[in-house]
Design a protein around this ligand. Structure first.
Ligand SMILES: CSC[C@H]1O[C@H](OP(=O)(O)O)[C@H](O)[C@@H]1O
Length: 342
């Protein structure tokens, strides 16, 4: 199996977390070192690190850094608990963040003899398990596709969004290694440009050609019959198979249904949220309107506003298959995803 990317979103040193500042890619490869939870929380809020699994992994290391900073102060556990709450408040939609923090809280609740070692071991395991999950789901996704294909991917669900290898890009990497990729299209994914700035660059680091398209060109591309599969990641998948993912995924799903294109969602089990029956209950993050206004009318006219939801929810019935490291559900609209539960 090919190794991870030469470039990784996160690097744990054992005493600090180095975070690749993804706001600066692809022009600059710049890692910032963090030694406390508040810094890691800010890195998540500001999207220096982004991507559902990656922010969960970063938050887990943030808890380790918090314990290293406060232990053995008599009130260290209260201070770490406050830092966990700070990390949990960073972004609302990706369930992986809350899943990872719950894993860390469980370690603390078990009152291990050496809490620093136990917390570090759990965070490192969350990181390593995510990479292993990505390899496994990459293979499962490629098996399901089963032959040469042209794919369109949205946003960045690659090594930059995970511990390494990627979810949607993991499937693409597995297909590419099998010689089964005819073409990879990546849409730009406005307004943050995860596709235009991150995905095409990340794939190029692994020698995988990609063709960038404007978001608005996806419909015409599908109508032209050039796409066999759309492959995307996810931020939260509810029990009935509804999927929260980057804004624009829902419109791609509607277009795919119209044009007979199959839609695959690739995500680790840590993205499943079986506590929610449907996607209606998912909190959708709305970010600063200036992320939308930044490169347009700058007159500051009070008449010009912007609405900037950064995720949407795709109903399960529009999804062909949901692929995790534990298994695949075809037609999640009929079956839900409870069978994929850890
Ligand atoms: C591998 S899941 C990545 C997932 O996260 C992205 O959102 P953001 O860049 O805002 O963190 C997007 O929804 C991707 O599909």
């Amino acid at each position: 199996m090919s190794s991870q990317l030469s470039v990784q979103a996160l690097q744990w040193t054992g005493s600090s977390l180095n975070v690749l500042d993804q706001r600066a890619l692809p022009a600059h490869i710049r890692y910032d070192e963090y030694r406390d939870a508040a810094g890691v929380a800010d890195a998540i809020v500001s999207m220096r690190v982004r991507g559902a699994p990656a922010i969960g992994i970063a938050a887990a290391y943030g808890v380790v850094l918090s314990a290293k900073y406060h232990y053995p102060d008599p009130t260290w556990q209260d201070k770490v608990a406050r830092d966990i709450d700070l990390l949990a408040a960073s972004r609302p939609t990706a369930v992986n963040l809350f899943w990872a923090l719950a894993q860390m809280r469980d370690v603390l609740a078990a009152a291990p003899a050496d809490p620093l070692a136990a917390l570090a071991a759990k965070a490192e395991a969350i990181h390593a398990d995510d990479i292993a999950a990505n390899y496994a789901m990459g293979e499962r996704g490629a098996d399901l596709i089963g032959g040469a294909c042209s794919v369109l991917t949205h946003c960045n669900a690659g090594a930059l969004a995970t511990g390494g290898y990627g979810t949607a890009l993991g499937v693409i990497r597995s297909l590419h290694r099998r010689g089964q990729i005819n073409k990879v299209y990546a849409d730009e994914t406005r307004p943050w440009l995860q596709g235009a700035r991150l995905t095409v660059w990340e794939l190029a680091q692994d020698g995988i050609p990609a063709t960038l398209i404007a978001d608005s060109a996806a419909a015409w591309l599908m109508k032209s019959g050039k796409i066999d599969w759309i492959v995307v990641g996810a931020d939260r998948i509810t029990a009935n198979g509804d999927v929260a993912n980057k804004i624009g995924t829902y419109s791609l799903a509607v277009l795919a249904k119209r044009h007979g294109v199959k839609l695959m969602v690739a995500a680790p089990s840590s993205t499943l949220d079986l506590s929610l029956a449907t996607g209606d209950a998912i909190e959708i993050e709305e970010r600063n309107p200036n992320e939308l206004l930044a490169d347009c009318y700058l007159g500051g006219d009070s008449l010009v506003g912007a609405w900037n939801p950064v995720f949407d929810v795709t109903p399960a019935e529009l999804i062909t298959a949901i692929v995790t490291e534990r298994g695949v559900v075809v037609d999640p609209g009929l079956h839900g995803v409870r069978s994929l539960a850890p």
